[in-house]
Design a protein around this ligand. Structure first.
Ligand SMILES: [Fe+2]
Ligand SMILES: [Fe+2]
Length: 460
């Protein structure tokens, strides 16, 4: 690696760490100060023999002056993705830039997008940042650099696939016993939280469509999103939601280890092999304990406890009884819900009502009663986007839950089409109810195109 490349790598990794630290800690935190100092110093170093340092991000690759650094791009992926998401394709540091400006620039970067002006360049000036510029690469420059570049909005599918890649990467890290950058992991999970929170239904849609790809990864990601969503709704702090998300992400990591071995065997899983599979709990805990310094003890606790059940009648068998950690109970509840909601090659998925009934039977046994009620209060019996038949024969789609009346959500009637309307079933006092839900693969299929309404939904 050339000297300049080395310097650039240092500068940008320090910048990335400073952004990550700023997202996780407060700006006054010593960790943040430390990264800022380092980033500032290395950027200054690079500006010793130039007036401006122009860093570009084109099509996911990093460029400086006229070189594109594929090598570095790989290492700095989180930074590039983050800047891309924030519509920043270019950062220019002027030789006179001050440490203060760098701090302000980072505060700007981590502020929620809606809180800042539309024009990045203008906003920076307003914040008194004169010597750092950032924004889009002008169309012409862009064309010159990459012939078929177009504005590609990061759509949901892309986000989902990126998240899967992240899950893949971290599970690999752990399985191969490589070093884990916990700051980077937290940063990525923060981004999960911001992007995907509340999108569990969309997740289910995608995993159903892409049924062939159903793997432990998808399950891990689903359980993570669902449990982060539920926990944030029941009042966990952002930090707690993050810790829980990381624990959820790894709850079945032991399974991956085992199934890798089992997969190499020919033929179907035998009962004996299933009992081996049960060891994914202690095996997972063992793997995660090695990372306790980086991740804290919670992921190991959850991996160990997530099949224990509320009444401790699950596995593994404990030599003495103790209550499972509340986070284990929450994650295991989401785990079961996701397992029931997924279509698997060997079973059909259950209807939402059936899932509700199955899970309610586990009240006080598999599940903590209080947590179980909270869960359905939030997600409803028929989750948002379920296609249902109403008692008057019309077809509707669930749009929003009523937390006090989980059987009567707010719906949009979609068929017959000329009678499209929004309706709060809770206000109908039972005169119109949900009769049943329609399987989106069978009778519900023909209504699917009506379900994606472009209209703004508003309830009062
Ligand atoms: Fe499990
Ligand atoms: Fe699981």
């Amino acid at each position: 690696m050339s000297g300049m490349q080395e310097n650039l790598k240092d500068s940008l990794s320090n910048l990335m760490s400073a952004i990550q630290a700023a997202k996780i800690y407060k700006i006054e935190h010593p960790k943040f100060e430390d990264f800022i100092d380092r980033a500032y110093k290395s950027l200054q170093e690079m500006l010793r023999d130039r007036i401006e340092l122009i860093i570009g991000m084109v099509e996911g690759e990093l460029s400086i002056e006229h070189d594109i650094f594929f090598d570095l791009s790989q290492k700095l992926r989180p930074l590039i993705t983050y800047l891309h998401k924030n519509q920043i394709e270019r950062i220019v540091f002027h030789r006179d830039f001050k440490r203060e400006e760098l701090i302000n620039f980072i505060s700007f970067l981590i502020a929620p997008q809606k809180e800042r002006g539309r024009d990045v360049e203008e906003s920076l000036l307003l914040m008194g940042i004169k010597n750092i510029k950032a924004g889009k690469i002008k169309a012409m420059e862009m064309e010159a650099l990459s012939p078929e570049s177009g504005e590609k909005a990061m759509d949901f599918l892309e986000k989902y696939e990126n998240s899967l890649k992240i899950v893949d990467k971290y599970t690999d890290t752990l399985l191969n016993e490589e070093k884990l950058d916990s700051l980077e992991l937290r940063f990525n999970v923060v981004n999960f939280l911001e992007n995907l929170l509340g999108m569990y239904q969309e997740f289910l849609d995608l995993t159903d469509v892409k049924r062939k790809d159903l793997t432990t990864f998808i399950h891990l990601l689903n359980v993570t999103v669902l449990s982060m969503y539920i926990s944030s709704k029941i009042g966990f702090s952002k930090d707690e939601v993050l810790d829980l998300g990381i624990a959820a992400l790894f709850h079945d990591i032991g399974k991956l280890h085992i199934s890798r071995e089992l997969l190499q065997k020919k033929g179907k899983l035998k009962i004996k092999e299933f009992s081996i599979l049960k060891h994914h709990t202690d095996l997972g805990a063992e793997i995660l304990l090695k990372y306790a310094d980086a991740l804290g003890p919670l992921p190991a606790v959850v991996a160990f406890e997530h099949h224990l059940r509320y009444d401790l009648k699950g596995y593994p068998k404990l030599p003495f009884s103790r209550n499972p950690h509340p986070v284990s109970l929450l994650i295991s509840q989401c785990d079961v819900y996701d397992a029931l909601a997924q279509r698997r090659p060997y079973k059909r998925s259950y209807s939402p009502l059936k899932i509700y009934e199955i899970m309610m039977k586990g009240e006080g046994k598999s599940f903590d009663p209080k947590l179980l009620y909270e869960f359905f209060r939030i997600i409803g019996v028929w989750p948002v986007k379920t296609i249902v038949r109403l008692s008057d024969g019309r077809i509707a789609i669930v749009r929003e839950q009523n937390e006090n009346d989980i059987f009567n959500p707010k719906v949009e009637v979609i068929s017959p089409e000329e009678k499209r309307e929004f309706m709060d079933l809770a206000e109908r006092k039972g005169s119109i109810k949900i009769e049943n839900s329609l399987d989106p693969y069978k009778e519900g299929k023909k209504y699917l195109h009506l379900a994606d309404s472009e209209e703004e939904i508003s309830f009062h």
